[in-house]
Each structure stands twice: as C-alpha cells, then as structure tokens.
Write a protein that binds this ligand. Structure first.
Ligand code: SAM
Ligand code: DTB
Ligand code: SF4
Length: 337
C-alpha cells in the first residue's frame, strides 16, 4: 500500500482516530520506524522577535491586541540582540533557530532587518525558521533568497471550527501563504492547536487538510492550548491527554516523512505523557527558556527525560561546523553541572 497520500477522506481519518489506543499506537510506531530513527528527536529553539500588540483576533493568543493578558509588548528586536540569542541557542546545542513575530504580516519597513536576521543566523550554521504571519509574493521571494529554510504558518484547526476562533483572516488566506512558501522552495512548517473546545471531527479535519496539501509539510507542530488568562479560551475544558496522543499518532500515520513536533503545552505534560507522544511518532520538540511568551520545561528536565528514554538528538558541532549526534548523558551532566 502507498503510505504517502494526499487524498484522505474525513471518514478514513476518523477511523484512524477511533481505533483502540493500542492498535493506533502500533500502527503509528510501525510507520514511524519505517521513515525515521525511532530514538531520535530534533530540537528547535524559539525566539519572539516582536511581541504583543498583534491586530489579529486569534482567541487562543496572548499576543492579540484584542485581549488584555498583561503581556509586556516589545517592538522588533535589534538584529544584534537576535544574534546574541541565536549564539546562545547554538551553544546550548540547538540546530534550528525559529524566530516569531506577532504580526498580521511583516511591515514593509521591517523586512530589511528580518532578512538580515535570516542571513546572519544562517551564517552561524544553524537552520533558520520564521513565523511572521501572511506573506506577499515579494516577501516570500525575499525570504527565500535570504536563505530561510523553514516558514511556519499554522492552519490551526478545521475549516469549520476556524471561524469561531479567528475572524480577522480566512482559512484560504492561510492556505495561500502556505502555497507561496512552497512555490518559493522553502520548507513548510504547518500544524495546529488542539484543546480549544473543538470536536473530534475538527481534529480529524485539521489533519486531513494538512495531509491533503499537494506536498506534506516537512514539519508539523501540534500545540496543546495554553490557557492564558485574559484570552477568550482561558476557561475552556481540558482535552483528554490521550486525545493529544491520538492526534500525534494520526499525524504520524498521515504524514510519514514529516517531523511531528510536540509544541505548546509540554510544560503541563508529565514525563509519561511525553514518552507516549514519542512512541506515537513525535520526533521534534522546542527546547529552551520559553516558547514565544509562555514557559517550557527546563532544558535539564528535557535532557534528563531523553536520557531516561534513551533518546538521542543532534547538537551543533562548532569545530566541524555541522550538526553531530549528541550524547544526552554527557549533555545532561553538563546542563545540570
Ligand atoms: N503571528 C504569526 C502567526 O499567527 O502566524 C506567528 C506567531 S503565532 C504565535 C504562531 C502559532 O502559535 C499560532 O499559529 C498558534 O498555533 C500557536 N499559539 C499561539 N498561542 C497559543 C496558545 N496559547 N496555546 C497554544 N498554541 C498557541
Ligand atoms: C507553533 O506551532 N508553536 C510555536 C511556534 N509554532 C511558533 C509557538 C507556540 C506559542 C505558544 C504561546 C506563546 O508562547 O506565546
Ligand atoms: Fe497575532 Fe499570530 Fe497571535 Fe494570531 S497567533 S494573534 S496572528 S501573534
């Protein structure tokens, strides 16, 4: 059977989700082993280069100007400061540096600085990723020419549920940005959020949309809603953690080659739940001091978990000027002194 497909029906995706957990995990792990090293997890570091005061009304987001979350706003960070943070991430072993801005789309006047960030981080030998909102054709070309490796732009949820979460831009706007990024030759990072009060159909609908893109995103972040006080979703009911694991497993089955990332929400997950996500096919995490504005587990906790699970990750080897396999045990000793 051809496992790489772009024609999934909602019914087929629902059927994957509805299997008994053990059958679903077995299927996901079988696909995972065929396409990836089952004991390797990629580590990215995030930096918010422009924080808060965003004109969009995404109901989950602490950075939207529509809600009062008490967040400290920050205009576009100076290029030099971004480079200092990138160097710190590289020294801590990150192989990909992701820069995020709370914009609807990048202001034209800020583009030269953004492009400079891409060039300089790339020169340091790390992979680059940016998430800046919607892009015009010209901005997409500029980012590609500067050498940007990945562009993150999430579909967030199913087309049906989307309208109750965001009204200031459409699902089609998002699909258009993704196709521009793909056409310009950059790698696509696109996923969504679960735990926003959506139904099981919406989790299926999100993954079906991602898997039916003409080419699967190279990177698929699955965020568990962080309920930030002051956002309209701060009181929503918790998602059953097993439904988070199921979402990871179905993403793995639908998009066998992709890196599936446990993104937001890891700080609220215990080690057992994270281990289950890795078994379900997650093979990437964000690691560092924080996500964009919300907390992450400490780096030493992450490395301790990797060590307990025998998980390997890559680190940047400055002498050889390329990534190498990291010995987590050694790193753990160094991280906790
Ligand atoms: N403004 C840009 C955009 O929306 O494309 C880039 C930054 S935006 C913060 C990136 C993603 O973070 C969103 O698409 C959403 O999936 C995720 N996110 C934001 N707030 C979150 C929250 N409270 N919990 C979980 N994920 C969240
Ligand atoms: C993604 O899907 N999740 C990351 C990254 N892409 C940019 C961001 C999560 C943000 C969580 C809320 C915050 O830290 O502000
Ligand atoms: Fe703005 Fe992005 Fe937050 Fe939406 S998710 S409010 S676009 S920063």
């Amino acid at each position: 059977m051809n496992e790489i497909r772009n024609n999934w029906s909602l019914q087929e995706v629902n059927q994957l989700f509805e299997q008994p957990m053990n059958d679903l995990l077995f299927q996901a792990q079988t696909v995972h082993r065929k396409y990836h090293n089952p004991n390797e997890v990629q580590v990215s570091t995030l930096l918010s280069i422009k924080t808060g005061a965003c004109p969009e009304d995404c109901k989950y987001c602490p950075q939207s100007a529509h809600y009062n979350t008490g967040l400290e706003k920050q205009k576009l960070m100076e290029v030099e400061k971004v480079i200092v943070e990138a160097r710190r991430a590289k020294e801590a072993g990150a192989t990909r540096f992701c820069m995020g801005a709370a914009w609807r789309s990048p202001p034209v006047a800020d583009m030269p600085y953004v492009l400079d960030m891409v060039r300089q981080v790339k020169e340091m030998g790390m992979e680059t990723c940016m998430t800046l909102g919607m892009l015009s054709d010209e901005q997409t070309e500029e980012l590609a020419d500067a050498g940007l490796d990945y562009y993150n732009h999430n579909l967030d949820t199913s087309p049906e549920f989307y309208e109750s979460i965001i009204t200031t831009r459409t699902y089609q706007d998002r699909l258009d940005t993704l196709s521009r990024v793909r056409d310009a030759g950059m790698k696509v990072c696109s996923g969504g959020i679960v735990g926003m009060g959506e139904g099981a159909q919406d989790r299926s609908g999100l993954l079906m949309q991602l898997a039916n893109l003409p080419v699967h995103p190279e990177s698929v972040p699955i965020n568990n809603l962080i309920k930030v006080e002051g956002t309209p979703l701060d009181q929503v009911e918790d998602l059953d953690p097993f439904d988070f694991v199921r979402t990871i497993a179905v993403a793995r089955i639908l998009m066998p080659h992709s890196q599936v990332r446990i993104s937001a929400g890891r700080d609220d997950m215990n080690d057992q739940l994270q281990a289950m996500c890795f078994f379900a096919g997650a093979n990437s995490i964000f690691c560092g001091e924080k996500l964009l504005t919300c907390p992450l587990p400490s780096q030493s906790d992450d490395m301790r978990l990797f060590e307990r699970l025998g998980i390997e990750c890559e680190e940047y080897d400055a002498a050889a000027d390329k990534p190498r396999r990291r010995e987590t045990a050694l790193f753990y000793d160094a991280a906790v002194g």
